[in-house]
Design a protein around this ligand. Sequence first.
Ligand code: MLT
Length: 328
Amino acid sequence: MSRLTRRILPALAALALGATATSASAQNFPTRTVTVVVPFAAGGPTDTVARLVAEQMGRDLGQTVVIENVGGAGGTLGAQRTAVARPDGYNLLIHHIGMSTIPTLYRRLAYDPINGFEPVGLITEVPMTIIGKRNLPANNLQELVTLVRREGQGINLANAGVGAASHLCGLLFQSALNVQLTTVPYRGTGPAMNDLVGGTVDLMCDQTTNTTEQIRANTVRAYAVTTPTRLSALPDLPTASEAGMPGFEVSIWHGLYAPRGTPAEIVTRLSRALQVALRDPGLARRFQDLGTEPVAQERATPAAHRAFWQADIARWRPVIQAAGQFAD
Ligand code: MLT
């Protein structure tokens, strides 16, 4: 045996063993609890989507799938947690349209907001609703438009930080009306909703997975939904277009991610569990009751998610640059 062979053989053997171990771990995956980070506070719209999906994925995977809420900084702290986690399939992230806006909004992040992740699959697209505190002196969207144009920064607009869906919707709302409101950031729109119901904050644009039940309970004023047509879950709520803001439409998609470098076989297994979860009739009913629905099966795949996400980053970049509001 040559001297060179003697030197490289152990390295080749180690590589082969490593590859075998990875393949074996991928074939047996999962063998323990899977953690899904939600980058916003518990009780909010993203948390609601994530818990419904995690429960069903756990059934298919045969392991518990737990949710870890890591709020703050518009959803970037939670995203960072997953981007730097071990790429072994046990550390996942459920995030939303913020994954498309954060790369433009934030110019200094401690993680790579695009290349730090393996998209696993899309989950759902959720409409937004424009809601106010019960005693806000505006009975409909047109009166609200008049009020915010008159009061400007005298109106407090709640959101979950720069990069959140509520921030994006608030940005578009202010741009459409050419007004500047005072924004009040929270670690999620779950806590923000408490202050809106309590009347200590005036206005919010938030996902139906957080607002539908409050609207039905009449604890907030509902002005409009941001979809082209009315929702079966909220049939009496007009669309923004019909209520006085033609073309004001925003839809918040959610997706599942693993850290970059997670073995492809594991990403595929996770995508399969996601697709099974999204076929569950109970989950579909719960989503419909909250004004949304699971995406079609072919969208809950890594390739479809990656293509959609890359196009969405490009779509939002000029919109955010035009608004000129960046995180730092
Ligand atoms: C949440 O779950 O708190 C929301 O998704 C925050 C947001 O994006 O507005």
